[in-house]
Structure formats: structure tokens, C-alpha cells
Design a protein around this ligand. Structure first.
Ligand SMILES: [Zn+2]
Ligand SMILES: [Zn+2]
Length: 181
């Protein structure tokens, strides 16, 4: 599978490219994602911030207060309003990309579901993937599940060995993305 990680907003004013390997992909069934997507759930493709290149246009940003007291930047096209990226403020490591904006959405394998406690009743989850009623304590399970489900995409460029401090780094990221809803 060749998977080009480029994408754009609905009107095309904003275009981006991901140069590296995504970390995971999960569905969030929280009510904030339902409202943001005006649909049943949101999708989050975690990518490294340093590996996202804005190729065209500029995004507008809205900052949301999280239940944890932290904040999350929500970036979107100022012309058509398509949401493209979420980033927990206080960390510059990971961005949550809205994968429905990719040019090629085929081949994306979901790694799990979060906030299933508020999923719509008609959404039947029979995919045997990990489920969490709220936010996971840690995201390692979702990261590992995604790497296993998407070997081509995951190994498109092998990530370097994690540094010794990776546990702490993830904890920090999880803290910032906690209750991101
Ligand atoms: Zn647009
Ligand atoms: Zn959500």
C-alpha cells in the first residue's frame, strides 16, 4: 500500500503534508467530538508536530478549556471551517490530525474507541478493538494496536528507538490530552 499523507480542508484553501509516521488512530465518541464533527464521533490521527508541514494557506485557531483545566488549540480553515488539527497546549510534541481531511482515506485502520460511555446507541462496536468508557489512562495500548493494524503505514518510515525518558514524555502528553473530549 502506498499511502500519501497529504490532505486539505473542504474548500482547499489549506493544504498540509505529514512527513513522518503517525502514532495511532482512534475514534472518540465524546459529546464534544460529536458536536465538533456534527456527527456521531470524531477521529484522531496522532502525528508528530515537527512532521507536519503546512503547504498552503493559514489556519484560524480557537482555544478550548478542557475539564482538566488545561487548554486545547483547535485549528481550522477560516474560509470553509473544516477542522484540521487539535493540539494540547503545554506540549509541542503531538498533534491530533482529523484524518477525514486526508487526500486518501483508504487504508486507515482504527486502533480503538474512547469515550464509549457517551457513544450514540446505534453505533455498534463489533470490531474487537480496545474500548475505553472515557479517556484512557495511557495511550500505549492504542499506539501498539495501531502499529499492529497498519504495518505499511506504520513502517512507512521507521520511527527511531524511543528515548529513555519516553515513559515520562507519554505521561506528560497524556496529561495534556487528558479529558480532551
Ligand atoms: Zn477551507
Ligand atoms: Zn472527543
Amino acid at each position: 500500500m502506498t499511502h500519501s499523507l497529504t490532505g486539505q480542508c473542504q474548500c482547499g484553501a489549506v493544504r498540509y503534508r505529514v512527513t513522518g509516521t503517525p502514532l495511532t488512530l482512534f475514534a472518540c465518541h465524546c459529546t464534544e467530538c460529536q458536536r465538533q464533527s456534527s456527527s456521531a464521533f470524531g477521529l484522531s490521527l496522532w502525528v508528530k508536530n515537527a512532521e507536519v508541514v503546512l503547504e498552503k494557506g493559514a489556519m484560524k485557531e480557537w482555544v478550548r478549556d478542557l475539564p482538566s483545566g488545561k487548554k486545547m488549540a483547535c485549528r481550522f480553515c477560516p474560509d470553509c471551517g473544516t477542522r484540521l488539527f487539535h493540539q494540547g497546549l503545554g506540549q509541542n510534541e503531538i498533534i491530533s490530525l482529523k484524518p477525514g481531511t486526508l487526500d486518501d482515506t483508504q487504508g486507515l485502520q482504527l486502533a480503538g474507541h474512547i469515550w464509549t460511555g457517551s457513544k450514540q446507541a446505534w453505533v455498534q462496536l463489533d470490531d474487537q478493538l480496545p474500548q475505553y468508557p472515557g479517556n484512557p489512562e495511557v495511550f500505549e495500548t492504542l499506539i501498539a494496536a495501531w502499529q499492529a493494524a497498519s504495518p505499511d503505514l506504520a513502517q512507512r518510515r521507521r520511527p527511531p528507538a524511543p528515548p529513555a525518558s519516553v515513559g515520562h514524555r507519554h505521561a506528560e502528553i497524556n496529561g495534556n490530552l487528558n479529558n480532551q473530549k
